[in-house]
Design a protein around this ligand. Structure first.
Ligand SMILES: [Zn+2]
Ligand SMILES: [Zn+2]
Length: 101
């Protein structure tokens, strides 16, 4: 946990953030690169800025952080709620480690 940039809003309620936490997952598959379909694009989501209430809420599992990957958004919000572009924030489920055989 680090200190956010001054003025960064909480991803959930837009109040000033007091902390920055690691996103639920460190990579996000954006799908196939339109200019080269043999290559799939993986992005690294930024850290999530949160207010004290929502740091606690996320820690308890009461609040689930979602991500909108629309190019107009690319922001965090509460999973399932409506983002600015009209699409719902998608839940970022942690990637489970592959079982080793
Ligand atoms: Zn908040
Ligand atoms: Zn959006």
């Amino acid at each position: 946990m680090t200190t956010p940039d001054p003025g960064a809003p909480c991803a959930v309620c837009r109040l000033p953030a007091t902390a920055v936490v690691a996103p639920p997952r460190r990579t996000l598959a954006r799908g196939v690169d339109p200019s080269d379909d043999s290559y799939s694009v993986t992005v690294i989501p930024p850290d999530v800025a949160l207010c004290a209430d929502h740091v606690a809420g996320v820690g308890r599992g009461d609040v689930v952080i979602g991500w909108c990957d629309d190019e107009r958004c690319r922001t965090y919000g509460e999973a399932g709620s409506m983002s600015v572009c009209g699409a719902a924030y998608e839940r970022l489920t942690p990637v489970k480690p592959r079982p080793s055989k």
